[in-house]
Design a protein around this ligand. Structure first.
Ligand SMILES: Cc1ncc(COP(=O)(O)O)c(C=O)c1O
Length: 389
Protein backbone atom coordinates (compact mmCIF):
# COMPACT_ATOMS: atom_id res chain seq x y z
CA UNK A 1 0.00 0.00 0.00
CA UNK A 2 1.18 3.48 -0.83
CA UNK A 3 0.76 4.75 2.73
CA UNK A 4 3.04 1.98 4.03
CA UNK A 5 5.80 3.66 2.07
CA UNK A 6 5.60 6.91 4.07
CA UNK A 7 8.80 7.61 5.98
CA UNK A 8 8.50 5.31 8.98
CA UNK A 9 10.03 7.92 11.26
CA UNK A 10 7.19 10.28 10.40
CA UNK A 11 4.71 7.49 11.10
CA UNK A 12 6.16 7.20 14.60
CA UNK A 13 5.42 10.85 15.36
CA UNK A 14 2.08 11.58 16.95
CA UNK A 15 0.06 14.76 17.33
CA UNK A 16 1.13 16.16 20.68
CA UNK A 17 -0.79 15.10 23.79
CA UNK A 18 -1.19 18.79 24.62
CA UNK A 19 -3.06 19.50 21.40
CA UNK A 20 -5.18 16.36 21.79
CA UNK A 21 -6.07 17.18 25.37
CA UNK A 22 -6.72 20.82 24.51
CA UNK A 23 -9.08 19.77 21.70
CA UNK A 24 -10.97 17.48 24.10
CA UNK A 25 -11.46 20.07 26.83
CA UNK A 26 -12.33 22.81 24.37
CA UNK A 27 -15.62 20.99 23.84
CA UNK A 28 -16.66 21.63 27.45
CA UNK A 29 -18.90 24.71 27.65
CA UNK A 30 -17.62 27.54 29.87
CA UNK A 31 -14.31 25.76 30.62
CA UNK A 32 -11.39 27.94 31.80
CA UNK A 33 -8.35 26.82 29.86
CA UNK A 34 -5.02 27.31 31.56
CA UNK A 35 -3.46 25.11 28.93
CA UNK A 36 -2.00 27.54 26.45
CA UNK A 37 1.73 28.18 26.16
CA UNK A 38 1.24 31.52 24.49
CA UNK A 39 1.33 35.09 25.89
CA UNK A 40 -2.13 36.62 26.25
CA UNK A 41 -0.83 40.13 25.52
CA UNK A 42 -0.94 41.75 22.11
CA UNK A 43 2.19 42.73 20.21
CA UNK A 44 3.26 46.28 21.24
CA UNK A 45 1.73 48.96 18.98
CA UNK A 46 5.02 50.49 17.81
CA UNK A 47 6.23 47.03 16.75
CA UNK A 48 3.04 46.40 14.77
CA UNK A 49 3.52 49.82 13.13
CA UNK A 50 7.05 48.85 12.08
CA UNK A 51 5.60 45.76 10.37
CA UNK A 52 2.98 47.84 8.58
CA UNK A 53 5.63 50.34 7.54
CA UNK A 54 7.79 47.54 6.13
CA UNK A 55 4.91 46.41 3.90
CA UNK A 56 4.26 49.98 2.76
CA UNK A 57 7.92 50.46 1.93
CA UNK A 58 7.95 47.23 -0.05
CA UNK A 59 10.30 45.37 2.25
CA UNK A 60 8.54 42.32 0.89
CA UNK A 61 11.30 40.46 -0.91
CA UNK A 62 13.63 37.74 0.35
CA UNK A 63 16.15 38.95 2.86
CA UNK A 64 19.54 37.27 2.73
CA UNK A 65 19.48 33.69 4.04
CA UNK A 66 20.60 34.55 7.52
CA UNK A 67 18.27 37.56 7.72
CA UNK A 68 18.86 41.30 7.25
CA UNK A 69 22.09 42.44 8.87
CA UNK A 70 20.00 45.09 10.63
CA UNK A 71 17.95 42.49 12.52
CA UNK A 72 21.04 40.47 13.43
CA UNK A 73 22.68 43.65 14.70
CA UNK A 74 19.57 44.40 16.73
CA UNK A 75 19.63 40.87 18.18
CA UNK A 76 23.34 41.18 18.99
CA UNK A 77 22.86 44.47 20.81
CA UNK A 78 19.79 43.13 22.69
CA UNK A 79 21.56 40.06 24.10
CA UNK A 80 24.67 42.10 24.89
CA UNK A 81 22.68 44.68 26.80
CA UNK A 82 20.45 42.17 28.55
CA UNK A 83 22.75 39.21 29.24
CA UNK A 84 26.26 40.52 28.58
CA UNK A 85 26.95 38.02 25.79
CA UNK A 86 28.80 39.07 22.66
CA UNK A 87 28.00 37.62 19.24
CA UNK A 88 29.17 38.91 15.89
CA UNK A 89 26.05 39.80 13.90
CA UNK A 90 27.86 39.18 10.60
CA UNK A 91 28.85 35.60 11.28
CA UNK A 92 27.38 34.23 14.49
CA UNK A 93 23.66 35.02 14.33
CA UNK A 94 20.92 33.57 12.16
CA UNK A 95 17.31 34.82 11.98
CA UNK A 96 14.86 31.89 11.88
CA UNK A 97 11.16 31.16 11.55
CA UNK A 98 10.53 31.27 15.29
CA UNK A 99 12.51 29.23 17.77
CA UNK A 100 10.84 26.19 16.23
CA UNK A 101 12.68 26.40 12.92
CA UNK A 102 15.89 27.13 14.80
CA UNK A 103 15.41 23.85 16.69
CA UNK A 104 14.72 21.96 13.45
CA UNK A 105 17.72 23.44 11.70
CA UNK A 106 20.02 22.72 14.63
CA UNK A 107 18.94 19.13 15.16
CA UNK A 108 19.07 18.36 11.42
CA UNK A 109 22.52 19.92 11.25
CA UNK A 110 24.12 18.06 14.13
CA UNK A 111 22.34 14.72 14.48
CA UNK A 112 22.73 11.56 12.44
CA UNK A 113 20.81 8.30 12.74
CA UNK A 114 22.05 6.34 15.75
CA UNK A 115 23.53 9.36 17.57
CA UNK A 116 22.41 9.92 21.12
CA UNK A 117 21.19 13.20 22.54
CA UNK A 118 20.70 13.94 26.23
CA UNK A 119 17.32 15.43 27.03
CA UNK A 120 16.41 16.47 30.58
CA UNK A 121 12.78 15.61 31.39
CA UNK A 122 10.05 16.72 31.85
CA UNK A 123 10.66 18.25 28.44
CA UNK A 124 9.09 20.64 25.93
CA UNK A 125 7.23 18.24 23.64
CA UNK A 126 8.52 19.95 20.48
CA UNK A 127 11.95 18.34 20.79
CA UNK A 128 11.20 14.64 20.50
CA UNK A 129 9.53 14.51 17.08
CA UNK A 130 12.49 16.38 15.59
CA UNK A 131 14.92 13.95 17.18
CA UNK A 132 12.83 11.04 15.89
CA UNK A 133 12.97 12.46 12.35
CA UNK A 134 16.76 12.45 12.39
CA UNK A 135 16.88 8.84 13.60
CA UNK A 136 18.86 9.88 16.68
CA UNK A 137 18.10 8.36 20.07
CA UNK A 138 17.05 10.50 23.04
CA UNK A 139 18.57 9.68 26.43
CA UNK A 140 16.29 11.06 29.12
CA UNK A 141 17.71 12.62 32.27
CA UNK A 142 15.01 12.60 34.92
CA UNK A 143 15.19 15.91 36.79
CA UNK A 144 12.02 15.25 38.84
CA UNK A 145 14.26 13.60 41.45
CA UNK A 146 15.99 16.96 42.07
CA UNK A 147 13.12 19.46 41.94
CA UNK A 148 13.55 19.68 38.17
CA UNK A 149 17.08 21.04 38.35
CA UNK A 150 19.67 19.26 36.20
CA UNK A 151 22.86 18.40 38.09
CA UNK A 152 26.42 17.78 36.87
CA UNK A 153 26.12 14.25 38.28
CA UNK A 154 23.18 13.48 35.98
CA UNK A 155 25.22 14.61 32.97
CA UNK A 156 28.31 12.73 34.09
CA UNK A 157 26.41 9.54 34.74
CA UNK A 158 24.83 9.65 31.26
CA UNK A 159 28.23 10.29 29.67
CA UNK A 160 29.69 7.27 31.45
CA UNK A 161 26.80 5.11 30.27
CA UNK A 162 26.55 6.35 26.68
CA UNK A 163 30.04 7.75 26.01
CA UNK A 164 31.08 8.77 22.51
CA UNK A 165 27.65 8.06 21.03
CA UNK A 166 26.39 11.23 22.72
CA UNK A 167 26.47 14.07 20.21
CA UNK A 168 24.49 16.73 22.00
CA UNK A 169 22.41 17.84 24.95
CA UNK A 170 19.33 20.07 25.01
CA UNK A 171 18.91 22.53 27.85
CA UNK A 172 15.82 24.68 28.29
CA UNK A 173 15.63 27.34 30.95
CA UNK A 174 13.45 29.00 32.06
CA UNK A 175 11.74 25.69 31.46
CA UNK A 176 8.57 24.75 29.74
CA UNK A 177 6.84 22.96 31.48
CA UNK A 178 8.31 23.49 34.98
CA UNK A 179 9.02 27.24 35.10
CA UNK A 180 12.33 26.36 36.78
CA UNK A 181 15.34 28.40 35.78
CA UNK A 182 19.04 28.38 36.67
CA UNK A 183 21.01 30.76 38.82
CA UNK A 184 24.39 32.04 37.68
CA UNK A 185 26.09 29.52 39.94
CA UNK A 186 24.11 26.65 38.45
CA UNK A 187 24.83 27.80 34.89
CA UNK A 188 28.54 28.03 35.67
CA UNK A 189 28.57 24.53 37.16
CA UNK A 190 26.71 23.00 34.23
CA UNK A 191 28.95 24.82 31.74
CA UNK A 192 32.04 23.51 33.52
CA UNK A 193 30.75 19.97 33.38
CA UNK A 194 29.72 20.13 29.73
CA UNK A 195 33.06 21.65 28.71
CA UNK A 196 34.70 18.31 29.52
CA UNK A 197 32.90 16.62 26.64
CA UNK A 198 33.01 17.10 22.89
CA UNK A 199 29.26 17.55 22.51
CA UNK A 200 27.03 20.28 21.12
CA UNK A 201 24.84 22.11 23.58
CA UNK A 202 21.49 23.38 22.38
CA UNK A 203 20.37 25.96 24.89
CA UNK A 204 16.73 26.90 24.36
CA UNK A 205 16.42 30.24 26.16
CA UNK A 206 13.21 31.41 24.54
CA UNK A 207 11.75 32.39 27.93
CA UNK A 208 14.85 34.37 28.99
CA UNK A 209 12.96 37.66 29.32
CA UNK A 210 10.44 36.01 31.64
CA UNK A 211 12.79 35.48 34.55
CA UNK A 212 11.57 36.63 37.95
CA UNK A 213 13.67 38.05 40.76
CA UNK A 214 16.99 37.74 38.91
CA UNK A 215 18.51 38.35 35.50
CA UNK A 216 18.69 35.50 33.04
CA UNK A 217 22.18 34.03 32.62
CA UNK A 218 22.87 32.69 29.13
CA UNK A 219 24.90 29.55 28.71
CA UNK A 220 26.61 31.34 25.82
CA UNK A 221 28.42 33.45 28.41
CA UNK A 222 30.21 30.47 29.94
CA UNK A 223 30.31 27.87 27.18
CA UNK A 224 30.56 29.83 23.96
CA UNK A 225 32.51 27.33 21.85
CA UNK A 226 30.09 24.43 21.90
CA UNK A 227 26.77 26.14 22.55
CA UNK A 228 24.00 27.08 20.16
CA UNK A 229 21.62 29.43 21.94
CA UNK A 230 18.05 29.59 20.65
CA UNK A 231 15.91 32.62 21.40
CA UNK A 232 13.14 34.61 19.77
CA UNK A 233 10.42 37.21 20.05
CA UNK A 234 7.40 34.93 20.61
CA UNK A 235 7.50 35.20 24.39
CA UNK A 236 9.58 38.34 25.02
CA UNK A 237 7.41 40.61 22.84
CA UNK A 238 4.24 38.57 22.54
CA UNK A 239 4.92 37.91 18.87
CA UNK A 240 4.09 34.22 18.41
CA UNK A 241 2.39 34.74 15.06
CA UNK A 242 5.23 36.77 13.55
CA UNK A 243 7.49 33.71 13.59
CA UNK A 244 10.80 35.27 14.44
CA UNK A 245 13.63 33.52 16.25
CA UNK A 246 17.41 33.42 16.31
CA UNK A 247 20.37 31.14 16.74
CA UNK A 248 23.55 32.42 18.40
CA UNK A 249 26.60 30.22 17.84
CA UNK A 250 30.27 30.34 16.86
CA UNK A 251 30.92 31.07 13.19
CA UNK A 252 31.89 27.52 12.19
CA UNK A 253 28.63 26.12 13.58
CA UNK A 254 26.53 28.99 12.18
CA UNK A 255 27.94 28.36 8.68
CA UNK A 256 26.60 24.81 8.81
CA UNK A 257 23.27 25.86 10.29
CA UNK A 258 22.75 28.34 7.46
CA UNK A 259 22.85 25.49 4.92
CA UNK A 260 20.08 23.54 6.62
CA UNK A 261 18.10 26.70 7.30
CA UNK A 262 18.35 27.75 3.66
CA UNK A 263 16.84 24.55 2.35
CA UNK A 264 14.15 24.47 5.01
CA UNK A 265 12.84 28.01 4.58
CA UNK A 266 15.20 30.19 2.45
CA UNK A 267 14.79 33.00 4.99
CA UNK A 268 12.28 34.18 7.55
CA UNK A 269 9.66 36.84 6.78
CA UNK A 270 11.22 40.18 5.81
CA UNK A 271 8.24 42.02 7.34
CA UNK A 272 8.65 40.22 10.67
CA UNK A 273 12.35 41.01 10.62
CA UNK A 274 11.64 44.74 10.35
CA UNK A 275 9.16 44.51 13.21
CA UNK A 276 11.81 42.65 15.20
CA UNK A 277 14.36 45.44 14.60
CA UNK A 278 11.92 47.83 16.25
CA UNK A 279 11.16 45.39 19.09
CA UNK A 280 14.81 44.66 19.85
CA UNK A 281 15.98 48.27 19.72
CA UNK A 282 13.24 50.74 20.67
CA UNK A 283 11.19 48.03 22.39
CA UNK A 284 14.04 46.66 24.44
CA UNK A 285 12.04 46.99 27.63
CA UNK A 286 8.57 46.20 26.28
CA UNK A 287 8.74 42.92 28.13
CA UNK A 288 9.00 44.60 31.53
CA UNK A 289 5.28 45.40 31.77
CA UNK A 290 4.32 41.88 30.76
CA UNK A 291 6.85 40.42 33.17
CA UNK A 292 5.42 42.44 36.07
CA UNK A 293 1.94 41.20 35.26
CA UNK A 294 3.07 37.57 34.92
CA UNK A 295 4.89 37.85 38.23
CA UNK A 296 1.75 39.07 39.98
CA UNK A 297 -0.22 36.18 38.53
CA UNK A 298 2.48 33.71 39.42
CA UNK A 299 2.49 34.85 43.04
CA UNK A 300 -1.28 34.52 43.19
CA UNK A 301 -1.60 31.02 41.69
CA UNK A 302 1.52 29.75 43.45
CA UNK A 303 0.29 30.78 46.89
CA UNK A 304 -3.23 29.59 46.23
CA UNK A 305 -2.19 26.18 44.93
CA UNK A 306 0.31 25.67 47.76
CA UNK A 307 -2.54 26.30 50.20
CA UNK A 308 -4.64 23.76 48.35
CA UNK A 309 -1.94 21.13 48.94
CA UNK A 310 0.05 21.11 45.69
CA UNK A 311 3.84 20.84 45.86
CA UNK A 312 5.33 23.17 43.27
CA UNK A 313 8.83 23.38 41.83
CA UNK A 314 10.74 26.72 41.95
CA UNK A 315 8.58 28.77 39.59
CA UNK A 316 11.12 31.47 38.74
CA UNK A 317 10.56 31.79 35.03
CA UNK A 318 8.32 31.41 31.96
CA UNK A 319 4.57 31.39 32.72
CA UNK A 320 4.03 27.89 34.01
CA UNK A 321 3.59 26.15 37.33
CA UNK A 322 4.34 22.45 37.49
CA UNK A 323 2.43 21.12 40.44
CA UNK A 324 2.35 17.69 42.08
CA UNK A 325 -1.17 16.35 42.44
CA UNK A 326 -1.85 15.97 46.20
CA UNK A 327 -1.85 12.35 47.41
CA UNK A 328 -5.52 12.00 48.15
CA UNK A 329 -6.57 12.63 44.53
CA UNK A 330 -6.36 10.72 41.27
CA UNK A 331 -2.62 10.37 40.67
CA UNK A 332 -2.75 9.57 36.97
CA UNK A 333 -2.30 13.04 35.51
CA UNK A 334 -4.45 12.54 32.40
CA UNK A 335 -7.35 11.15 34.46
CA UNK A 336 -6.99 13.90 37.06
CA UNK A 337 -7.06 16.64 34.42
CA UNK A 338 -9.97 15.08 32.56
CA UNK A 339 -11.98 14.68 35.77
CA UNK A 340 -11.25 18.27 36.88
CA UNK A 341 -12.18 19.66 33.46
CA UNK A 342 -15.41 17.66 33.21
CA UNK A 343 -16.62 18.27 36.76
CA UNK A 344 -15.41 21.78 37.57
CA UNK A 345 -14.45 23.24 34.21
CA UNK A 346 -10.80 24.06 34.73
CA UNK A 347 -8.38 22.71 32.15
CA UNK A 348 -4.73 22.04 33.04
CA UNK A 349 -2.26 19.98 31.02
CA UNK A 350 -1.43 16.50 32.34
CA UNK A 351 2.23 16.29 33.35
CA UNK A 352 2.65 13.06 31.38
CA UNK A 353 2.43 15.13 28.17
CA UNK A 354 6.01 16.21 29.01
CA UNK A 355 7.41 12.71 29.39
CA UNK A 356 7.30 9.99 32.02
CA UNK A 357 9.05 12.19 34.57
CA UNK A 358 5.99 14.46 34.51
CA UNK A 359 3.52 11.77 35.56
CA UNK A 360 1.70 12.73 38.76
CA UNK A 361 1.98 16.46 37.95
CA UNK A 362 -0.09 19.07 36.15
CA UNK A 363 1.07 22.12 34.20
CA UNK A 364 -0.80 25.35 34.70
CA UNK A 365 -0.19 28.25 32.34
CA UNK A 366 -0.77 31.65 33.89
CA UNK A 367 -0.75 33.35 30.50
CA UNK A 368 -4.38 34.19 31.29
CA UNK A 369 -5.86 37.28 32.91
CA UNK A 370 -6.27 37.64 36.66
CA UNK A 371 -10.05 37.38 36.54
CA UNK A 372 -9.83 33.98 34.88
CA UNK A 373 -7.16 32.83 37.31
CA UNK A 374 -9.23 33.86 40.35
CA UNK A 375 -12.26 31.99 39.05
CA UNK A 376 -10.13 28.97 38.10
CA UNK A 377 -8.69 28.79 41.63
CA UNK A 378 -12.20 28.90 43.11
CA UNK A 379 -13.29 26.05 40.86
CA UNK A 380 -10.15 24.05 41.65
CA UNK A 381 -10.74 24.49 45.38
CA UNK A 382 -14.33 23.28 45.00
CA UNK A 383 -13.16 20.26 43.01
CA UNK A 384 -10.62 19.35 45.68
CA UNK A 385 -13.18 19.76 48.47
CA UNK A 386 -15.60 17.44 46.76
CA UNK A 387 -13.35 14.79 45.25
CA UNK A 388 -10.72 13.77 47.83
CA UNK A 389 -10.34 10.06 48.63
C1 LIG B 1 10.64 25.76 25.28
C2 LIG B 1 10.11 26.25 23.99
N1 LIG B 1 10.93 26.32 22.94
C3 LIG B 1 10.50 26.76 21.74
C4 LIG B 1 9.20 27.17 21.55
C5 LIG B 1 8.76 27.64 20.19
O1 LIG B 1 8.73 29.02 20.10
P1 LIG B 1 8.48 29.81 18.74
O2 LIG B 1 7.09 30.37 18.80
O3 LIG B 1 9.49 30.91 18.72
O4 LIG B 1 8.64 28.88 17.61
C6 LIG B 1 8.30 27.12 22.63
C7 LIG B 1 6.88 27.52 22.45
O5 LIG B 1 6.03 27.30 23.27
C8 LIG B 1 8.77 26.65 23.88
O6 LIG B 1 7.95 26.58 24.95
Amino acid sequence: MLMDRINQRVKKIEISDIRQFDAQVSQIPDVIKLTIGEPDFTTPEHVKEAGIQAIKENVTRYSGMSGFLEVREAAASFVKKKYGVVYNPETEILATVGATEALSAILLTILEAGDKILVPTPLYPGYLPLITLTGAIPVFLNTAVNNFVLTPEMIEQAMIEHGKKVKAIILNYPSNPTGVTYSRKEVVTIAKTLSKYEIFVLSDEVYSELTYGATHVSLGEYLFDQTIVVNGLSKSHSMTGWRLGFTFAPEAITEELIKTHQYLVTATSSISQMAAVEALTKGCDDGAIMRQEYEKRRDFVYQKMKKLGFEIARPNGAFYLFAKIPNSFIQHSFDFCRDLAMKNKVALIPGSAFGKAGEGYVRLSYAADMEKLILAMKRLEKYLNENGK
